[in-house]
Design a protein around this ligand. Structure first.
Ligand SMILES: C[S@@+](CC[C@H](N)C(=O)[O-])C[C@H]1O[C@@H](n2cnc3c(N)ncnc32)[C@H](O)[C@@H]1O
Length: 281
């Protein structure tokens, strides 16, 4: 396994998620855990199965899989961000989950297992990879025949919420990297369900299907929304702003978001998520 830190895009996201790891999925907004549980259901796991969780983060899919495969099973989590690996490994130990291991590594170089993995899970990860078709092909190689690859990806964002990026973007320095919208559904291969399914087809999978899920994030107020953005990949919208202008950018983002709040200050953001599955025949 490599740690991928030699690739600029990977090193960038490893840093983003390392900095997010302390509060990731822990600011009182239910997002990753429920959606990862739905994704894991799509893998049709059985007690005793062996599962590889790529980009395991704080274990949203990892712990759901560990529960299904039970103590006779095996779950290996891999992540490129050291903070994610350290904290999730320690959570697994605290929970006494002897079937779980978490290691630092690159999803582009997925660990193989004798006999192959019964399932590989990638919950909100594949769009961070520079060459996702090649990655999906390598994942297929470590599955056993009949093994399932399940992945979740973002569909297009809630239209009403596009005003946030529009408000913050003027604070991003002129840099080719900042021309790309921050939202993952803007990346090629991830702009629609048919693109994601074509990616899996090109990588050699069969029996490809997608379930589209709508999920609402409920924020008590704009401050909780702000905490949520810092706790997840969305923090890139702030990190793209030079530190000297960050307070102004945050003020502009909060002003934009305030226009979406209900009378009591609460906010609802809708997400459209694809849960896609392919099989190695
Ligand atoms: C959006 S988070 C999802 C975490 C978790 N799967 C979940 O659903 O909550 C993406 C995770 O992928 C990891 N990641 C990004 N690129 C990676 C790569 N090339 N190899 C391994 N992990 C990677 C990040 O460090 C981060 O923990």
């Amino acid at each position: 396994m490599t740690d991928g830190a030699d690739h600029p895009q990977k090193a960038h996201f490893s840093g983003v998620f390392h900095r997010a790891s302390e509060t990731y999925d822990a600011v009182g907004v239910d997002f990753f855990a429920p959606l990862a549980a739905r994704l894991v259901e799509r893998a049709d796991l059985l007690p005793g199965d062996a599962v590889l969780d790529l980009g395991a983060g704080r274990g949203a899919a990892l712990f759901a899989a560990a529960e299904v495969v039970g103590p006779r099973g095996e779950v290996l989590g891999v992540d490129l961000a050291p903070g994610m690996v350290e904290l999730t490994a320690s959570d697994a130990m605290e929970r006494g989950l002897t079937q779980v291991r978490v290691i630092l590594g690159d999803a582009d170089d997925p660990p193989s297992r004798e006999g192959g993995w019964d399932a590989v899970v990638a919950s909100f990860v594949l769009f961070f990879l520079p060459e996702p078709v090649a990655t999906a092909r390598r994942i297929r190689e470590v599955l056993r025949p009949g093994g399932r690859f399940v992945l979740s990806t973002f569909d297009q964002p809630d239209e009403r919420w596009r005003i946030v990026e529009a408000a913050v973007k003027p604070f991003w320095p002129d840099d080719p990297a900042n021309e790309e919208p921050a939202h993952p559904a803007s990346r090629s291969h991830f702009s629609s369900t048919s693109h994601v399914e074509a990616l899996l087809h090109e990588a050699g999978y069969t029996d490809i299907s997608t379930v589209l899920v709508e999920h609402e994030n409920h924020y008590r107020n704009v401050d909780q929304w702000l905490d949520w953005t810092w706790s997840a990949g969305a923090r890139v919208i702030w990190e793209r702003v030079p530190e000297s202008r960050r307070d102004d950018a945050v003020a502009a983002g909060l002003a934009a978001v305030s226009t979406l709040a209900d009378d009591d200050g609460a906010l609802v953001e809708r997400f459209f998520v694809r849960l896609t599955r392919g099989v190695r025949r």
